[in-house]
Design a protein around this ligand. Sequence first.
Ligand SMILES: Nc1ncnc2c1ncn2[C@@H]1O[C@H](COP(=O)(O)OP(=O)(O)OP(=O)(O)O)[C@@H](O)[C@H]1O
Ligand SMILES: [Mg+2]
Length: 172
Amino acid sequence: MKIAITGTPGTGKSTVGEILSKRLGIPLYNLSELIKEKGLYTEFDEKRDAYVVDVDKLREFFKGKENFIAEGLVAHYIPADLIVVLRARPEVIVKRLKPRGYSEEKLKENAEAERLAVIATEVFESNSNWKIAHIDTTNRTPEEVAELIERALKGEEVFDEVDWLEDETDCY
Ligand SMILES: Nc1ncnc2c1ncn2[C@@H]1O[C@H](COP(=O)(O)OP(=O)(O)OP(=O)(O)O)[C@@H](O)[C@H]1O
Ligand SMILES: [Mg+2]
């Protein structure tokens, strides 16, 4: 079983990944840690304070692995049986990320990326035939989100409609 969990920071990828990994008994990979540890990057972006993923190396790492949960901003670049796109209302993204001590600029950037559905659009516009689960985590506990992913794995259609274009994101 290959599961990729993607979404804007604060949508709960790591949290639900851990629950799911325990429930299903398959290994969990946190991609930002993995990319750093295994050198799966092309460079370090000083401005964004982040490594720039080398997608070929990332795919190479997962090639031949049959059971995994990969969670992170770039998880949807990894071929998987199910791609999970987590969503959360932009103001909730801010609430969840604020305790990390992020700057106003970084909070705003993430809330905007979520409002404009940057990652979700990337997934929908990729020409893959992979199965997609699209989950609004705003009013769900991480356990409920894990439950929905398990249902999607069993073949159920799991696809929440969201539209946050009108949302104000001046709540930093
Ligand atoms: N469904 C949820 N309901 C309420 N709070 C949640 C939910 N999922 C995660 N959280 C909380 O939101 C915060 C961010 O969650 P998490 O670290 O899992 O996000 P992430 O998507 O992995 O972010 P990043 O991309 O930065 O790693 C944590 O404090 C977590 O406890
Ligand atoms: Mg995380």
